[in-house]
Design a protein around this ligand. Sequence first.
Ligand code: PAF
Length: 282
Amino acid sequence: MKIIRKIKELKTHLTKLSKQGKTIGFVPTMGYLHEGHLSLIKMARKENDIVIASIFVNPKQFGPSEDYKKYPRDMERDSKLAESVGADYIFTPTKNEIYKEDHKTYVEVEEIDSIMCGASRSGHFKGVCTIVLKLFNIINPTRAYFGKKDYQQLVIIKKMAEDLNIDIDIIGGDIIREEDNLALSSRNKYLSKRERENATVLYKSLKLAEDLIRDGKAVEKVKKEAQNFLLKNKYVKKFDYFDIRELYTLKEIKEKYPKNILIAAAIWIGNTRLIDNFIINR
Ligand code: PAF
């Protein structure tokens, strides 16, 4: 496996590979890889000739009071893990390699970028779309893989690809969970032992909402019960949202449940923001 830091060097490799007609699977990450990322790399390995994972903690998707500086970074550990599941290249550029001082261009996917995570993380998806499009332009992959834990991100990237005629298959990988059902996330590392034990409250609240929906309870009642359940746990400092939406459009469900439903939530356990979601097909 090759580790590449410069765009020019990566392009030299990519030109050779495209002349050979190779398909390229791309897994964008911010590093501190876990089984969720590795499952995406494994999927890319099965479906493509060449697999490239990027590791870049993108400053443009963090707000000024967010965890950009403390976001976990460990290249040595990440490169071993990526290699163990068959990545051919890691592209890990510096901030200056990606963003020149006079960077002025951004990509926005209107409306769906300002609900859910976008409501409390203003500008977050603008930063995500900008880096993802830049990486797409540098790598020009055949397929790109994103985890469904960031389900809103996946919907936004698919919309960006559709709207901007980006000819890359955008593929979602299932959420990978710990044994007690906590969704894997690089941010789980921030949790203290007691916080970690209590973090399962998020999964439990989604499960509660799913059961209530299947019992035919009204949307507002489901949300209220799930929120009360969350806030009863003293480790839950606050929640940013607990939403029930149509799966593909992310439109809020007011009354009648559609066939495909997303239940998604973002909560704070101490100083750590965690997100998770359930997909229900009725
Ligand atoms: O999901 C992530 O880790 C990031 O948002 C991504 C897609 C790598 C862009 O920085």
